[in-house]
Design a protein around this ligand. Structure first.
Ligand SMILES: Cc1cc2nc3c(=O)[nH]c(=O)nc-3n(C[C@H](O)[C@H](O)[C@H](O)COP(=O)(O)O)c2cc1C
Length: 176
């Protein structure tokens, strides 16, 4: 049976990107979705000296294995100062040292949300440009702006955005 992994590029306990990921998981039909949390993959700050001295931590191998064994990836990136959060960049850097084709060609639904009106547009652009170089197969992207206006009680309340996301999820599922 096919399986999807879903996670937020954030280590915040109350991550709004994780809330979005959970909502998307509820829209996926039939295929099981394994929601991951970066907090469960403890990693020291990447550094070449640490890598040389101690090697690559088990958590990075574990996360990469979950990607490799999945049939699709749902990822929503937090935007910190216009870029990846440190937590996401850290696990990405570690994994890229094990495997440059970090995303193994898996179909990906790539998203971002933020409280601001741009909805993480900057980090989304960075990832859209970069991830294919790591063998990501980005099927659809979605940005949810003004999270606290558009997302209430676990649902997107803006009809237009909700419809757009639902269509994206369908296209993503059909690509698996
Ligand atoms: C250090 C830091 C930098 C931030 N920079 C941005 C930014 O550049 N653009 C933006 O839209 N929001 C920015 N924010 C606000 C985040 O979008 C907000 O904290 C959001 O909740 C992060 O997603 P998360 O809850 O999934 O971690 C920043 C927040 C922090 C803590």
């Amino acid at each position: 049976m096919k399986n999807i992994i879903a996670f937020a590029g954030s280590n915040s306990k109350n991550s709004i990107n994780k809330q979005l990921v959970k909502y998307v998981s509820s829209l996926v039909e039939e295929t099981p979705v394994n929601i991951l949390d970066l907090n469960d993959f403890e990693l020291p700050l990447f550094g070449v000296d640490l890598e040389n001295e101690k090697g690559i931590p088990e958590s990075a191998h574990h996360f990469l294995k979950l990607i490799k064994e999945s049939d699709g990836i749902v990822l929503s990136l937090a935007e910190h100062n216009g870029a990846y959060s440190a937590a996401f960049k850290n696990i990405f850097d570690w994994m890229s040292r094990i495997e440059g084709k970090t995303f193994y060609g898996k179909p990906m639904l790539l998203m971002a949300t933020s409280p601001g009106a741009r909805g993480g547009a900057s980090v989304l652009e960075i990832a859209k440009d970069r991830f294919p170089r790591h063998d990501a197969n980005i099927i659809k992207t979605f940005s949810l702006p003004s999270f606290y206006d558009n997302f209430l009680d676990g649902n997107i309340v803006n009809e237009e955005l909700n419809l757009e996301l639902k269509n994206n999820v369908k296209v993503f599922q059909n690509s698996l």
